[in-house]
Write a protein that binds this ligand. Structure first.
Ligand code: SF4
Ligand code: SF4
Length: 114
């Protein structure tokens, strides 16, 4: 399984030095993974693809799916596991963030009226 760089890439270049096969290059300002060189970090000391592990963007480095349904199920499983992960506290974080922003907006309005 090879990996590819998507349009979520923020060009931080963190993935370049960590790739054990040297598969990532910059061509005309774009970061690209050479699929004939990328080995998915298998047969290396790493247990996870290094470009994915260190990428600070959201889905900057992803699996390069050749099959539409394989991609669809992978995304589906990722979303479901995120929602089911109790340690993640997604909804709690969402609610805290939402209520904080909402309170800030209310306070601003109150000050404008006063
Ligand atoms: S680590 Fe991610 S965001 Fe940074 S250059 Fe690589 S793909 Fe782009
Ligand atoms: S999966 Fe591994 S070998 Fe492939 S580009 Fe990413 S870091 Fe390099």
């Amino acid at each position: 399984m090879t990996y590819k760089i998507t349009n979520k890439c923020i060009s931080c270049d963190l993935c370049l030095p960590v790739c054990p096969t040297g598969a990532i290059t910059v061509i005309d300002g774009q970061r690209l993974i050479n699929s004939s060189v990328c080995n998915g970090c298998t047969d290396t000391i790493y247990t996870v693809p290094q470009c994915v592990a260190g990428c600070p963007s959201c889905d900057g480095c992803v699996k390069d799916h050749k099959d539409y349904w394989e991609c669809w199920f992978d995304t589906y499983k990722k979303c479901v596991s995120k929602l089911n992960n109790n340690n993640d506290n997604y909804w709690e974080r969402w609610f805290n963030c939402y209520s904080q922003k909402y309170s800030e907006q209310l306070e601003k309005k109150r000050q404008q009226v006063a």
